[in-house]
Ligand binder design. Structure first.
Ligand SMILES: Cc1cc2nc3c(=O)[nH]c(=O)nc-3n(C[C@H](O)[C@H](O)[C@H](O)COP(=O)(O)O)c2cc1C
Length: 262
């Protein structure tokens, strides 16, 4: 299955079969976790596999800001140093893992929310100077027909012209259709892209008084969308480079990064 189909197939899965994933598969997943590709190499982060999901289910009340209870057989706790850009870094690196798991027929769901480090004592070993940032639940979906592409997430998104500005030919429309399907916390879709010839400038919405305290989620969401953008560009035969041009704000939008394509 090509990456475009995997992107279209992925959706957040909130109900899982109870049984764990086969041991060999978990080993394969452990390798994938170890080898995720960061956006910013200099920021240390880690994905810690929790094989026995019950351990996370027991502390789920202590995860502030996550919505709904998601009981999965396994979770990944993502930890990071708190350096400029760490949220985007996590989103970018671990969305590729989410897509790899989707390709294996597994369900996934990002779970945001503040997790107290102490709650994870005895469950995972958090590296020094890092904090837990986000969880990813995964396992076999309870409903095995759930990945039916007809029922995919495309309809739950803002229109393309709202998130991608500039002149878009068919190729670029196809690329941004893949970006548009990126998951985001509370389906907020805070990403906006300005295409200017071979450069795409990425911005996140600053939000209003109520949504402003979701700003850290927006950065995570942006990392996720940048992962989709890179994969879709490569799928269409482009080479991608990320550069920081320190562009000024646009109305209600904060600049994040520029993607140069060749
Ligand atoms: C950073 C982040 C945090 C999320 N946190 C939660 C969560 O705590 N609980 C939940 O049920 N879904 C969570 N989601 C899933 C989103 O609600 C979901 O991606 C969005 O509604 C779009 O739906 P889709 O993923 O099925 O396309 C989160 C997604 C992201 C990207």
């Amino acid at each position: 299955m090509n990456i475009k189909n995997i992107i279209y197939k992925r959706k957040s899965i909130r109900k899982y079969k109870g049984e764990p994933i086969e041991k060999e598969r978990l080993l394969e997943i452990k390798e994938l976790i170890k080898n995720v590709t960061p956006l910013y190499k200099e920021i240390k982060m880690q994905g810690l596999l929790v094989e026995n999901g019950v351990e996370i289910q027991k502390i789920s009340k202590g995860i502030i800001g996550s919505y709904g209870k998601i009981e999965a057989p396994h979770y990944i706790v993502v930890t990071s140093e708190e350096k400029e850009g760490f949220h985007e870094n996590i989103g970018f690196a671990f969305e590729k893992l989410v897509l790899d798991l989707t390709h294996m027929g597994l369900g996934t769901c990002w779970i945001g929310g503040a997790i107290k480090k102490e709650l994870l004592n005895g469950i995972v070993e958090i590296p020094e100077n890092q904090k837990p940032v986000v969880l990813i639940a995964f396992g076999y979906p309870e409903d095995s027909n759930i990945f039916n592409i007809e029922l995919s997430s495309g309809h739950k998104r803002k229109e393309l012209e709202y998130i991608a500005l500039g002149t878009l030919n068919d190729t670029w429309e196809e690329i941004f259709q893949g970006v548009r399907r990126a998951p985001s916390a509370v389906n907020f879709q805070p990403w906006r892209f300005y295409k200017d010839h071979s450069e795409i400038h990425a911005y996140v919405t600053e939000g209003n008084i109520i949504t402003r305290n979701l700003a850290h989620f927006s950065k995570l969401d942006m990392g996720i969308a940048l992962c989709h953008l890179k994969l879709m560009c490569e799928y269409k035969g482009f080479k991608v480079e990320f550069i920081n041009q320190d562009l000024p704000k646009r109305k209600g939008l904060q600049y994040v990064i520029t993607i140069k394509v060749k």
